[in-house]
Design a protein around this ligand. Structure first.
Ligand code: ASP
Length: 325
């Protein structure tokens, strides 16, 4: 991969060329095993750094623009915290309705503006392919923080990191993905990231919310295995990971369909009586009822640890893209 051309003003002389330096981060396809392991190792170091010192000055003098066209709590604030804990600064545009976007400015012009002020742009957008489109116009790296129903690569990185930490490996296992597999971008990215790792996928969803053909075809093309189910009960006993997702209300054109499907799955302590004692429950969050709060007490509930891991993984990624890891 060649680094994005950047101006001599912004390019540090002392960068580390780690394979991600000055790269747009658009898809998990950019993370073959050695690069993924590298991110995991740096994330471990970031955890130690935060635990011991709280912050460092690795990215001092760097500025990140956070450009969010869709709501976010974790992704947005963990990117901001990651930048600030590494000594960098943030331009937060989390309410695009108060920016020139509401005057009708195009995405291309908005990113061309922000690249004059920032060293990289974290972009969340409601349109599939928006991050790739923005990257065409922008000379600074774009990090895809979710593009509609497409991908959410940094979520998948933190998900895979969580699996590795919790289970001790991120291969040779049975992973169940449950809920809205059609519109849920996190399961699209995570499935892609876990390909070629000897993982058996169990896709559990209502018929209307099945995993898209494109992703299922990629699983087959890579020689991995998946089965599809309506009932969690059929497979819960064999899972190493149960990855639960929210039914993505905002993606439905017919809200009647959403109403019919919104309570399709609710994980309770009773559901987990049939699960293995080492299985972990993950969720990208926010949850809106699909995991009952009583499950939080179960040691297998990994979703809050997963959320914390997002900080360390995003610190690692920012340091890598800015050539300081
Ligand atoms: N926070 C995740 C996302 O942005 C999951 C969700 O919204 O359900 O895709």
């Amino acid at each position: 991969m060649t680094a994005k051309p950047s101006t001599s003003r912004s390019r540090p002389a002392d960068h580390v060329d780690n394979g991600l330096y000055q790269q747009d981060i658009l898809s998990v396809r950019q993370f073959p095993p050695p690069i993924l392991d590298y991110i995991f190792n740096v994330a471990d170091e970031m955890r130690t750094l935060v635990e011991r010192f709280g912050s460092a000055d690795l990215l001092s003098g760097k500025i990140m623009a956070n450009l969010f066209y869709e709501p976010s709590t974790r992704t947005s604030s963990s990117f901001m915290a990651a930048m600030q804990r590494l000594g960098g600064q943030v331009i937060p545009i989390n309410s695009v309705q108060y920016s020139s976007v509401s005057k009708g400015e195009s995405l291309a012009d908005t990113v061309r503006t922000l690249e004059c002020y920032a060293d990289l742009i974290v972009l969340r957008h409601y349109e599939l392919g928006a991050a790739a489109e923005a990257a065409k116009w922008c000379h600074k790296p774009i990090i895809n923080a979710g593009d509609g129903v497409g991908e959410h690569p940094t979520q998948a990185l933190l998900d895979a990191y969580t699996i590795k930490r919790e289970i001790g490996r991120a291969d040779k296992m049975v992973v169940g993905m449950l809920g809205d597999l059609r519109f849920g971008r996190t399961v699209h990215s995570l499935t892609r990231l876990l390909l070629k790792r000897n993982i058996t996928f169990r896709f559990i969803s209502p018929a209307l919310l099945r995993m898209p053909d494109e992703i299922r075809d990629e699983v087959i093309a890579d020689g991995d295995t998946f089965t599809e189910h309506r009932d969690l009960e059929e497979v819960i006993g064999e899972l190493d990971v149960l990855y639960v997702t929210r039914i993505q209300k905002e993606r439905f054109t017919d809200l009647g369909d959403y109403e019919k499907l919104k309570d399709a799955y609710i994980i309770t302590p009773k559901t987990l009586t049939k699960a293995r004692s080492e299985m972990i429950v993950m969720h990208p969050l926010p949850r809106v009822g699909e995991i009952s709060v009583e499950v939080d007490e179960d040691p297998r509930a990994a979703y809050f640890r997963q959320m914390e891991n997002g900080l360390y993984v995003r610190m690692a990624l920012l340091a890598a893209v800015l050539g300081r890891a």
